[in-house]
Each structure stands twice: as C-alpha cells, then as structure tokens.
Design a protein around this ligand. Structure first.
Ligand code: ADP
Length: 158
C-alpha cells in the first residue's frame, strides 16, 4: 500500500489541485490531502472551511483522505506511513520554492521522497491567489474551481 501526502494551503482548492490529485492516484494507492492551517498566510477561508471544500470535492473517493494539520509535514507523513510528498509544478517560478522545500524535507527525513507532477496545460496559470483576487473583484472563475468552492466565492450570485 503506497501512500502519498499532498500538502498545501488550498485557499481555496482549485481544478489545478484536483488535477494534481488525479495524477497522484495513478502513482499511489492512497493520497492524503493535508490542508495546512497556514495562519501566517492570513487565508481567506479558515482551515475547517478549506478542509470541508476539499472533502466535498472528493466525496465518495475511497482512495483519498483529507485532514488539516499545523505541525511538521514529515511528522504527519511518518504517522500515516506515507512514502512520498506530492506537489505540483506550474512554471519555472514554482521551482525555487519547491526545490528548497523538498531539500528541507529530505534533511528532516531522507526516507520520504518528494514527487512533482504537472497539471494540465490549461491549469498552469491557475492559483488560489488568482481565484481569490479575481472573484473578489467580481470576475467569473467558476470554470477553474470545483463545485464545492463556487458557492462560497464572493462573485457568486445564487
Ligand atoms: P502552498 O501554500 O503549500 O504553496 P497551495 O495550495 O498554493 O499551497 O499549493 C499546493 C501545491 O499545489 C503546490 O505544490 C503548488 O505548486 C501546487 N499547485 C497549485 N495549483 C496548481 C496548478 N494549477 N497546477 C499544478 N500544481 C499546482
């Protein structure tokens, strides 16, 4: 049983994140989506809400589990016997940060591999921060987020 942890802020979860999870399911038996509390990022949605939207998005998917966390990622991975940390790469601009994060996690636990996947091309420009920004200005981002998120965005009219 190969388990990977997919950590992130998911503020909110986007179709880019969903695509990363679906690719992860081709490589691993189980994906644990770990929603980081990230208080320093002053998230738009609190961690319970972000977790609820993730759970709703993957409702009924037996190979996906979601939880929230605020400690060290490698400790969480060890607790769940995860063999890998799953992350997504969009553009070269993601690389520097992801490289540092992976190197740091390897220092903390050399047994856990960081694995990177690329989402579909049409999602390469999708980020939670753009979703927050565009929707707060009244822009329509429905095509870029799961149904569970649409109803909670500021621009939503229904
Ligand atoms: P964090 O605060 O840890 O960066 P995010 O929720 O912003 O959390 O992102 C979690 C992971 O998902 C990161 O590895 C990020 O690069 C990846 N990711 C986010 N959006 C996309 C996307 N559209 N395509 C590919 N990877 C993505």
């Amino acid at each position: 049983m190969k388990t990977a942890i997919y950590p992130g802020t998911f503020d909110p979860i986007t179709l880019g994140h969903v695509d990363v999870v679906q690719r992860g399911l081709k490589l691993f038996d189980k994906i644990i989506i770990a929603v980081a509390d990230s208080p320093k990022k002053s998230p738009m949605f609190n961690v319970q809400m972000r977790l609820a939207m993730v759970n709703q998005t993957f409702d009924g998917e037996s190979r996906i589990e979601a939880l929230s966390f605020d400690g060290l990622l490698v400790n969480l991975a060890q607790t769940h016997q995860a063999i890998a940390i799953l992350r997504g790469l969009r553009a070269a601009s993601d690389f520097e940060y992801e490289f540092q994060l992976a190197a740091m996690n390897r220092k903390l636990d050399s047994d856990i591999e960081s694995v990177f996947v690329m989402a579909r091309e049409e999602y390469t420009f999708v980020s939670s921060s753009f979703i927050r920004e565009i929707s707060s200005m009244g822009g329509d981002v429905d095509a870029l987020v799961p149904e569970a998120v649409r109803q909670h965005l500021p621009q939503h009219k229904g």
